[in-house]
Design a protein. Structure first.
Length: 436
């Protein structure tokens, strides 16, 4: 794995959305998904599950458990506990990341904002950053050094979904190198988001072909669909000998398998010469993928070919892509920070601008960052919100799991609201956005 160029403490001034920026989503309003997340869910569900999954380890690490319990006590009183800065780092490299967080938090800390009154995106990402401090994740003297508290859930999600993956992967090699083939290939990582481990328990029975039926209805619940425009752009890349495509990855487990499947299609169809996976630099949002979560490749290589022939064959092919450099893995601290994507630090921004022919942005948390987690009108054009600033052509694949969006026609959002009162948060509906 290679790391992206190191980010400076302060992002250079770059383009922003073309529209006036609305207010940030905060977590104070009872009855909203943001409020339920920050006032209850992160502590009562996510951190409680984290404790149960790591109980044996944590009880052997009293210094980690003490800090972990302090974080939980803060979140139990989220409306009254003010945000504080992260602890100072012991290395110059890690201190750079601390300074980036301090810069991001400064207006909210100085204003005395709490876990609920601060912007939701900042606070929610910061829960996981604080969890890393509890572990001593970057401290070589800590027993929590580089320890992933979500590994058990991610691994269970990977192992329990092999049958569904076999169904998907048996289809990938049969897809024609056409616009229709690409649209089907992109439907896989789009709907893979429905397997988000923070919403779908990792121990659910996935050893049956539950995905095929979902895949067949891939476009039925899309509230905006730029798949054809994406396909036309990719056709141009193929005609020019293939481009550089980046996938800004969301979740591990079954979902990353669908990312790998789409990346396989991009290489095999000659749309891409190289696919770069942009991965998280530390464990976050339970299921988000780190570089080591691409152990998926080795896991699939070792499957029994008499039971899972397509999956095992895919694993061998993927390993070849990595060995040849057709697939690359990079990480960057920016992907685990609660800043809008228009505040991307300059080395990462400049790399995407000069190198990348298409960035595929996966998942709900990444989508929220594309929009800055602001209260946009749902019909605000994606071109003016994201296309106005993003450094390269961008395709966003998202199943809706938060009360935020753009680029959706009123008749589509009205249809969804009539069909399902929870349409914005339950992952039933999705969007495919594209801007050059």
């Amino acid at each position: 794995m290679t790391s992206s160029p190191k980010s400076p403490t302060v992002a250079q001034k770059q383009a922003t959305p073309a529209l006036d920026l609305p207010n940030a989503i905060r977590s104070e309003t009872t009855g909203t998904w943001a409020h339920d997340t920050m006032s209850r869910r992160v502590n009562a569900e996510i951190l409680e599950r984290t404790y149960q999954d790591n109980r044996e380890q944590f009880e052997q690490w009293p210094e980690v458990l003490q800090k972990f319990n302090k974080l939980r006590s803060e979140l139990q009183d989220a409306a009254n506990v003010a945000l504080t800065y992260p602890k100072e780092a012991s290395s110059k490299e890690q201190q750079l990341e601390v300074e980036q967080w301090k810069e991001m938090l400064k207006p909210h800390v100085e204003a005395g904002e709490t876990w609920l009154s601060s912007p939701w995106m900042v606070a929610e990402f910061y829960v996981y950053r604080r969890l890393m401090d509890c572990l001593g994740y970057w401290d070589e003297s800590s027993r929590g050094y580089l320890y992933d508290p979500f590994y058990k859930q991610k691994r269970a999600g990977l192992e329990s979904s092999t049958a569904s993956a076999e169904s998907v992967l048996s289809r990938v090699s049969q897809l024609p190198p056409t616009n229709d083939g690409l649209q089907v290939a992109l439907s896989m990582p789009l709907l893979g988001n429905k397997m988000d481990l923070s919403l779908w328990p990792a121990d659910a029975n996935m050893n049956e072909d539950v995905f095929a039926g979902i895949l067949e209805k891939a476009h039925e619940n899309l509230l905006h669909d730029d798949s054809e425009a994406v396909a036309q752009h990719c056709a141009g890349l193929r005609e020019n000998g293939g481009g550089m495509v980046d996938i800004i990855v969301d979740n591990a487990g079954f979902e990353v398998v669908t990312d790998l499947a789409a990346a396989q299609f991009l290489i095999d169809s000659k749309i891409a010469k190289t696919v770069t996976f942009q991965l998280k630099s530390h464990p976050t949002f339970v299921s988000d993928a780190l570089e080591k979560d691409l152990e998926t490749v080795d896991y699939y290589c070792a499957l029994d070919p008499t039971k899972f022939p397509a999956a095992q064959s895919a694993g061998i092919k993927w390993k070849g892509y990595l060995a040849s450099g057709q697939w690359k893995c990079v990480d960057n601290a920016f992907w685990v920070q609660g800043a809008p994507m228009w505040k991307m630090h300059s080395p990462l921004h400049d790399d995407l601008k000069t190198r990348c022919d298409l960035a595929i942005v996966k998942g709900d948390a990444n989508y929220r960052r594309l929009l800055g987690d602001l209260e946009w009108e749902l019909s605000s054009p994606f071109d003016q919100v994201v296309g106005a600033y993003f450094p390269c052509p961008v395709c966003a694949l998202r199943m809706l799991k938060a009360e935020i969006g753009c680029g959706m026609a009123p008749e589509q959002t009205e249809r969804a609201s009539k069909e399902d009162a929870n349409w914005m948060v339950n992952g039933r509906y999705g969007v495919v956005h594209f801007s050059k």
